[in-house]
Design a binder for this molecule. Sequence first.
Ligand code: CTP
Ligand code: MG
Length: 172
Amino acid sequence: MDPLVVPVPSLVLLIGPSGSGKSTWAARHFGPYEVVSSDRCRAMIADSEADQSVTPAAFELVRFIAARRLEAGRLAVVDATNVHAAARRHNLDLAAACGVPAVAIVLDLPVERMLANNAGRAGRVVDDEVVRRQRRDLDEALGVLGSEGYAAVHVLDEATIDAVTIERVQEP
Ligand code: CTP
Ligand code: MG
């Protein structure tokens, strides 16, 4: 398959339910500072990646770090579920404010695979019902992503997720 082209700088938005393997996939293809994770930001504030009580502050931190990286001409890979339109809109607005394109990468896997990934976790395990709901939210998102304003939308599924490679293209 063709490599997935990522302009630099750009805001790369990962989209996938909890347990879809976003953080695992991102760590394979991007550097540790390029990936800006909402869970890591939760932990930076509250010492726990699972502490939902600091969600607003964690997302403020995600957006702050992403904006500073984009202003510096770097990549920002936002690692959060992004299954809701409002979350995606924040990121699209941020990319636009920084004058860079936004690229969506969707992890479109069967719910059974996500549930199995989630159940097999060492630490933070999310309720099955949350994963199922996020999978339904993703189905809805897949119908509208094309009109939200990304420079490109890439949908990875079971057939492509392990094979795909990234090609970085430096923007002038
Ligand atoms: N996992 C796996 N094989 C993959 C991808 C993920 O075994 N190809 C496992 C991971 O080791 C982890 C679990 O599945 O134990 C969830 O993966 P993770 O990357 O953490 O999923 P996220 O989408 O990042 O979940 P969250 O939104 O909750 O952070
Ligand atoms: Mg994760």
